[in-house]
Design a binder for this molecule. Structure first.
Ligand SMILES: Nc1ncnc2c1ncn2[C@@H]1O[C@H](COP(=O)(O)OP(=O)(O)OP(=O)(O)O)[C@@H](O)[C@H]1O
Length: 204
């Protein structure tokens, strides 16, 4: 199923960041950058309805406030920088994951038998992305999705994400620091400057 709803932020305000209004069309990637502590993760958490905030987010005609938090987050899927794992084995979290996704990111089918406790931070990050995409969301919020990865693996994950985003038509907010990555993946690029969101060229 291809996503057809835009993700809109309407006067969304959390913490010190001035209110944010923007619309992300289906299949568009909006990158978000800014200094450490400027409020990028908090903004994503507000869009995911995990933090109290003013204003609200919309997915097409559906307002965030019209759904219970868990129902909203099943559609507007946050992949935080630090993933959470509740079962003992990887497979308990990957019931609907595609084998080709796992293989593209360097895992064999046996990864399902691995203990979560043995995972490196980079393995956790890649598997958390596979898990999120396998849940058929309608929009994605990605918080530094390649932060724990070496350059070659980061490029592989980035290309895979880009292909799946185009295929599924998800509107995406992607927090990133690397200007080269932003240049490759962003349709639009927003920077937090002195507590406000400003649009930058995708090359900046
Ligand atoms: N629940 C909260 N209540 C009050 N302040 C908070 C809360 N959560 C985070 N903060 C503060 O808000 C600021 C923004 O935090 P946030 O995690 O959004 O930064 P960030 O831009 O994602 O930074 P980084 O690039 O280092 O991950 C920080 O000063 C943080 O300490």
């Amino acid at each position: 199923m291809t996503a057809t709803d835009a993700l809109s932020l309407k006067r969304l305000a959390v913490g010190e960041l001035a209110e944010v209004s923007l619309t992300i069309a289906p299949g568009e990637v909006h990158c978000l950058s800014g200094p450490s502590g400027s409020g990028k993760s908090r903004l994503l958490r507000a869009v995911a309805d995990l933090e109290p905030h003013d204003g609200e987010a919309w997915l097409g005609e559906t307002a965030q406030s019209s759904l219970a938090g868990h129902a909203w987050r099943a559609r507007v899927m946050l992949v935080p920088a630090e993933s959470q794992w509740w079962g003992d084995t990887v497979g308990e979290h990957l019931a609907d994951a595609r084998l080709d996704d796992l293989e593209t990111l360097g895992f064999a089918a046996e990864v399902r038998d691995w203990q979560v406790a043995r995972l490196s931070s980079g393995e956790k990050q890649r598997l958390a992305l596979v898990r999120a995409l396998s849940r058929e969301p309608s929009a994605l919020l990605l918080d530094e999705p390649t932060a724990n990865l070496d350059d070659a693996t980061a490029r592989r994950v980035e290309a895979w994400l880009g292909a799946r985003i185009r295929e599924r038509g998800w509107p995406v907010i992607w927090v990133a620091h690397d200007p080269a990555q932003i240049d490759r993946v962003a349709d639009r690029h927003w920077r937090i400057v002195e507590g406000r969101l400003e649009e930058a060229g995708a090359w900046a």
